[in-house]
Design a protein around this ligand. Sequence first.
Ligand SMILES: *Cc1c(COP(=O)(O)O)cnc(C)c1O
Length: 328
Amino acid sequence: MQLATLPRFPLATTPTPLQRVETFELALGNDSPAIYIKRDDLTGLAFGGNKARKLEYLVADALAVGATALISEGAVQSNHARMTAAAAAVAGLRCALVLDARHGTDVKGNLLLDHLLGAEVHIVPDDAARAETMEAVAAGLRESGEMPYVIPTGGSVPLGAASYVAATLELLQQLNEVEEAPRRLYHATGSLGTQAGLVVGARAFSAPYAVYGVAVSHPREALIAKGISLANETAALLDLDAEFTADDVVIDGGFVGERYGVATEGGLEAIRLLARTEGILLDPVYSGKAMAALIDHIRSGDLSHADTVAFLHTGGGPSLFAFGTALL
Ligand SMILES: *Cc1c(COP(=O)(O)O)cnc(C)c1O
């Protein structure tokens, strides 16, 4: 399969803007690098985010195999689950979501949107309980005559990751227009589909930047292993003759804080600073933690005025409404 002919069901509004954030740079001091934010929070599809791109290929595949329902899983505030529900609505498919209650069961933020979007929501106590319920829900749908299509956590399978190979082309064209060659591309990394796609894309199209994933969960070693295998599987899907190793999958594990889904001071500071300088909203689970890494690298002198960096804003805004005043 080749990227140009990979079936795609249109869901995202692209190209998303690439935006220089000079007021934010100024707030970070005289030694700030030039910072360009790739606004994948503006993909559209029920408030946007990186999953819109992945779902274009996943939904096309679901329709091609005759599926009548999408099933996916995540935490209660999963952005991926919310966008899967929206994608199913657009494609005329049923949607079932298996969500774990690690962070409570209050019907707000993404969980509220899941219901509004018409998804059938199954809540389980923790992430270990998800797999079994996924199977039971799939079996139930089959018994009632439906043909379910299962999308793993975060849509992080080669088809989903391929969307960030395509997004790399979009980003490189925009960088070419502004004549910039960033040193690093920062982004939050969770289930690794985005990073695997970006890494494959960077190699395939000789990007100037190093892809720099900022982890939002522990342990880092498992994330690197998954990133390597997913990058290799994605390259194979696209008939690219390339091999990826640990040198290609750079993951910073220093900004997770306690664990997945728990806000950090650095992440909250990043959210407030970008909001108050540029009116751009990050989120406490993913993009805020990634921006905390970039801010830290500027303050520590690892990046300087001579550098240019890019930051992929992966979305996540709806979870702000689940955190509420804890953000202030
Ligand atoms: C899912 C998600 C990520 C991580 O993307 P992966 O492909 O799962 O690594 C980052 N930011 C936000 C807002 C997300 O919803």
